[in-house]
Write a protein that binds this ligand. Structure first.
Ligand code: SAH
Length: 345
């Protein structure tokens, strides 16, 4: 019998489920609290339920509690990287970053990824499967429990392409935002995509107040195709149009991520093309010094080139920041830890 993924249910679904078990509706609220507020990992801990109900839940449901296989703490900046094991043995990674404005957790949305971006370690072995809403939630729940730190912000920027696992990601957003759960506001959540255009429109129509980040990495299609296979499917013009639609619908500013690779996309011409592309738009450009992975020969741009690139954008009135590198000593970039761990086992 397939076990029921109880932590992926919203309160209404949980009520229906309790009724189907012959239980009173109010039990749903109790169970919901145990799962999403008290963050328990075992039905036995739900002490205000009858033993019979606990027994039924245990028999029919999976609690989707992740186990921490490894935790690495950066000596440089206190960033922690977590390698979690899922119930089927698959491994995923998540990161806790401490900033002065609060704690951010970066979560994965899939096991592996099928987008094939050239600079990214998550995609080297392809995609294994989508994560369920509960598995996305539990990355945050476990990090909060293990670290004892409150999670303030969430970025869906770990392994996987969230728009390739759209329904589960939307359900996750509903649950993490729920008043009876951790109640993390949409404004404190960022979803990052390599640009699956139809899904950007769908997301815009939901009018959530989340931040949408677009992994652009190149200001023209020819170059983008050499870095990101998804560029063969959707052009930059189509992405920009979808972004304008998103801004109009939600009133939110868009973020563009641009990982700088030496001699590839950090040139004067690239800066000028990027300026043309985003000038006048309600957006922010995040420059990321590429984190080199050993499987590829991409090198990080010189500090000077990064500064020059930033200054050019700034002179044109574009909001731009250089992302501080976090966890450089602990396989900080997407998919690096999982990959290394699997190779060594
Ligand atoms: N699939 C989503 C989210 C995951 S990646 C997306 O494409 O946006 C999160 C961000 O990190 C993306 O902008 C991605 O392109 C970038 N990234 C991945 N590997 C990197 C690396 N080695 N160095 C710098 N940025 C990287």
């Amino acid at each position: 019998m397939e076990l029921i993924d109880i932590k992926s249910m919203n309160e209404h679904e949980l009520q229906e489920f309790m009724l189907s078990l012959g239980e009173k509706k109010f039990r749903a609220e109790q169970v919901y609290q145990w799962l999403h507020k008290k963050l328990v990992t075992d039905f036995e801990e739900m002490t205000n339920l009858s033993e019979a109900l606990r027994g039924k839940l245990k028999e029919k449901c999976r609690l989707a509690a992740l186990t921490a296989e490894r935790v690495q703490v950066s000596q440089i900046d206190g960033t922690s990287k977590f390698l979690f094991k899922l119930h089927d043995g698959n491994l995923i990674e998540s990161v806790l970053m401490k900033y002065h404005h609060g704690n951010s957790v970066c979560i994965s949305s899939q096991v592996g990824c099928r987008m094939g971006c050239r600079f990214c370690a998550s995609t080297l072995d392809g995609m294994v499967r989508n994560l369920t809403p509960s598995e996305m939630l539990d990355q945050i729940y476990r990090i909060q429990t293990i670290s004892g730190e409150r999670v303030d912000n969430i970025v869906i920027m770990g392994s996987g392409e969230p728009m390739d696992n759209y329904d589960n990601v939307i359900k996750f957003l509903e649950l993490i935002n729920a008043e009876k759960g951790l109640n993390i506001s949409a404004r404190n959540i960022t979803v990052s995509t390599c640009g699956l255009v139809p899904k950007i429109y769908e997301l815009a129509d939901l009018k959530l107040q989340i931040t949408l980040a677009i992994s652009l990495h190149s200001p023209n299609d020819d170059l983008r195709k050499t870095m990101m296979p998804v560029a063969n499917k959707y052009s930059i013009a189509e992405i920009m149009e979808a972004c304008r639609y998103y801004i109009n619908k939600t009133g939110r500013r868009i973020s563009f991520e641009y990982s700088l690779v030496e001699g590839v996309n950090d040139t004067k011409e690239c800066a000028e093309q990027l300026i043309k592309l985003v000038k006048g738009m309600n957006c922010h450009v995040n420059l990321i010094p590429v984190n080199p992975i050993k499987e590829r020969d991409y090198r990080q741009s010189e500090k000077r080139a990064i500064e020059d690139f930033k200054n050019k954008l700034e002179k044109n009135g574009i909001n731009v920041t250089i992302r501080r590198e976090m966890g450089r000593d602990i396989d900080g970039a997407c998919g690096q830890l999982r990959k290394r761990f699997m190779e060594n086992e």
